[in-house]
Design a protein around this ligand. Structure first.
Ligand SMILES: [Zn+2]
Length: 327
């Protein structure tokens, strides 16, 4: 083989590699397109993060896609390959967010122990996966096997299908120890995405199975909260002082809940107050502030308290009620 022919082949190979680089999607764009083909509505996150990079309400200038009102990541998430190619050509190292609501998925987020012992009744569990297995056994059901993604910290995201109008939202610790969930209003980071400590990878490549009914029951907002404190007295509107006292009574339910039930008590209190806020008895701010103080006293982490308060109040707001004076 002559030197001229050899260098010709090298040039050809280099040209092919250039063409390939131009036509093959960059790595993360490829993963975003693959997720969209599975029906996931995706949107960009900041590189190596799980924070949406599309502009938020505060930075909205009311032009372009937002000319008729601001659209957030949940509204803008898409399965459209052209839009995905556009987003990831602008920023090829963006991580991939999946908007759970529009994707009609519900995700169980099973976490590692992070070096902690599981509390009763989960003694012996070393991961949210073990807790889910215990719960499945109690329910007389098989442990769910569905499309699963492993997170960089060893957590597992179990994806499930839900109907388009599923009301199920995010939960924190409601199902069990080291089990959170993402639904309406929630996002998960798609496989292929990178964090400083590793990547999100597919752990189980099977189809996305329907959400089992017994799991749906555990993540559904509480429909029948604990008996509420008796209204103080009807006919005339309550004085502000008595209204204040009522607020304190509801929050005291969180303060005095037995150990390990503080989180549930917080959701119930939020539900009760959510109804009364919807009925015009308290402002949303007052109710939230009181609930957060109660949560703080029970050492419920702020982000968990936030989720519990929002879940409970949102559920309660569907059933407005008012306090009345007796006699
Ligand atoms: Zn906007």
């Amino acid at each position: 083989m002559t030197t001229a022919r050899l260098s010709g082949q090298v040039r050809l190979r280099a040209a092919r590699a250039r063409t390939w680089r131009r036509t093959a999607p960059p790595r993360l764009m490829g993963h975003a397109l693959a997720a969209a083909r599975r029906g996931m509505a995706v949107f960009p996150l900041w590189p190596r993060s799980k924070t949406p990079s599309l502009h938020g309400r505060r930075d909205c200038d009311g032009t372009g896609v937002c000319s008729a009102g601001h659209l957030g990541w949940e509204q803008r998430a898409t399965t459209d390959p052209d839009l995905i190619r556009h987003w990831w050509s602008e920023s090829p190292s963006s991580n991939i967010g999946v908007a759970c609501g529009p994707s009609r998925i519900y995700v169980l987020d099973l976490d590692t122990a992070h070096g902690e012992q599981a509390p009763e009744p989960w003694t012996g569990a070393r991961h949210g996966r073990d807790v889910l297995a215990q719960l499945a056994e109690q329910a007389g059901q098989p442990t769910p096997a569905t499309f699963t993604v492993r997170t960089p910290t060893g957590g597992l995201h179990l994806y499930f299908r839900v109907p388009a109008d599923s009301p199920l939202r995010n939960t924190t610790g409601r199902v069990g120890w080291r089990i959170d969930s993402r639904g309406q209003g929630g996002l998960v980071v798609a496989p292929g995405s990178l964090r400083r400590n590793g990547s999100y990878t597919v752990a189980h490549r099977g189809p996305i199975e329907p959400l089992p009914a017994w799991v749906a029951d555990k993540v559904a907002p509480p429909l029948r909260p604990e008996p509420e404190p008796e209204p103080l007295a009807p006919t005339t509107p309550l004085s502000d002082i008595r209204r204040r006292r009522y607020l304190e009574t509801v929050c005291a339910g969180v303060a005095h809940a037995p150990p390990r039930t503080a989180h549930d008590a917080l959701v119930r209190a939020a539900y009760t107050l959510g109804r009364l806020v919807a009925g015009g008895e308290f402002t949303d701010d007052d109710a939230r502030a009181s609930l957060h103080i109660a949560a703080h006293h029970r050492r419920i982490p702020a982000h968990e308290a936030d989720a519990a308060v929002t879940d409970g109040m949102t559920a309660g707001s569907r059933y407005p009620r008012q306090l009345e004076d007796r006699n």
